[in-house]
Design a protein around this ligand. Structure first.
Ligand code: FES
Ligand code: FE
Length: 382
């Protein structure tokens, strides 16, 4: 029988159980449509790395069910617009990505063209009457924010303060050379689960001992079902932090060895931690190691489907090493993400049971509770 334990007052553990979100939140099409408007339209959403968007290129992006274009100018300026022409609404970019031959975005239907700032520039073939004012027909702009070489878009008229988005603060990655890192590998997988199932799984480590044997061996505390020492029921603030990775390991890789030189600017505690997680709900999380960084982003593509994308970011000199072993790095997290994907799909199938209407959150699921409270708050449901 589990013993009742009173955690330390500074412990993050919940002091009681909490009801989870109702089961329909994970498959009801109406709930999903409401989330697209209230959550995905009103948040900063990851749209790619600056280094992966070539100059004079436009790229189609979908956020909150809206068709958008992301544009990079010759002078590195990045803008975004709804992918719709102000004439009669044709799509402007009809391909996943398109090279721009001039500093104009041209509509493929009747060739109206717009400057890369969205202003209507040309309206060929039509006569212009005095009641037509070009300045009233600019493209519909979307807010853009670049942070650490990542591009974010927000569809809201008044976007939320970006400083509140990274849970570790806007300066969390300042000691990593983020702007210069290049993408060495990308992994994309469609999961048969609601996007919230993925985040809930991310927000607890109770599943780690059963689902992630290799990860639990690499990060020993995970084998106890904790993400951090303060989750232990007998934790006190006086306890000293231990080295996070198994003896001799430097990073998350198949053999625990770093894939290249360690980043020069890291503090001793950042080195000792082995990993730094920066969470940016609902769009992505970033895991920074001593030798590389992994960015994992989510895109809901239906009430029960989610696209998962992971990008491994390296220093250019690391990738250029003649003996660089990409598999040793990427196979480890790919295995962990595949295990998580399997767990999420299993969770999704089970919560469709007619008998299952709502789950329960236990003390260790304080971060799941925080996530669900955030969803309830955004959705304005009790
Ligand atoms: Fe774009 Fe006519 S719809 S030019
Ligand atoms: Fe996991």
């Amino acid at each position: 029988m589990n013993q009742m334990q009173i955690p330390h007052p500074a412990s993050p553990l919940l002091p009681h159980c909490e009801p989870a979100l109702p089961a329909r939140a994970y498959y009801d099409p109406q709930w999903y449509a409401d989330e697209q408007k209230t959550i995905w339209t009103n948040s900063w959403i990851y749209a790619g790395r600056v280094n992966d968007l070539a100059e004079m290129t436009m790229r189609r992006v979908e956020i909150g069910g809206q068709n958008l274009i992301l544009v990079r100018d010759r002078d590195d300026a990045i803008t975004a617009f709804h992918n719709t022409c102000r004439h009669r609404g044709s799509e402007l970019c009809t391909e996943p990505e398109k090279k721009l031959s001039s500093k104009l975005i041209s509509c493929p239907y009747h060739q109206w063209s717009y400057g890369l700032d969205g202003r209507l520039a040309r309206t060929p073939f039509v006569s212009i009457t005095p009641d037509f004012r070009k300045e009233d027909f600019s493209l519909f702009k979307v807010h853009v924010k670049v942070w650490n070489g990542f591009i974010y878009l927000c569809l809201a008229d008044e976007p939320p303060d970006f400083r509140d988005v990274p849970d570790m603060g806007e300066d969390a990655l300042d000691n990593w050379p983020m702007d210069d890192l290049v993408t060495g590998h990308t992994f994309v997988k469609t999961l048969d689960c609601n996007w919230k199932v993925f985040w809930e799984n991310y927000n607890e480590c109770l599943h780690c001992p059963g689902i992630h044997p290799e990860l639990s061996a690499a990060v020993p505390i995970y084998s106890k079902g904790y993400m951090a020492p303060n989750e232990a029921p007998d934790w006190t603030p006086e306890q000293e932090a231990e080295h996070a990775l198994r003896e001799g390991a430097m990073t998350w890789s198949m053999n625990g060895m770093a894939c290249g030189p360690e980043f020069a600017g890291l503090t001793p505690s950042e080195r000792a931690a082995g990993q730094l997680f920066v969470t940016m709900v609902p769009t992505m999380f970033i895991v920074a190691h001593v030798d590389y960084v992994r960015a994992v982003s989510l895109k809901p593509i239906g009430p029960e489907r989610t696209e998962l994308r992971a990008e491994w970011l390296f220093a250019a000199e690391t990738l250029a090493q003649p003996d660089f072993d990409l598999g040793n790095v990427v196979d480890f997290a790919t295995l962990v993400m595949s295990q998580d994907g399997m767990a999420c799909e299993m969770n999704q199938r089970g919560l469709k049971s007619r008998k299952f209407t709502q789950g329960v959150l236990m003390p260790q699921e304080f971060d799941v509770f925080r996530f669900q409270s955030w969803v309830r708050n955004r959705m304005k449901v009790a």
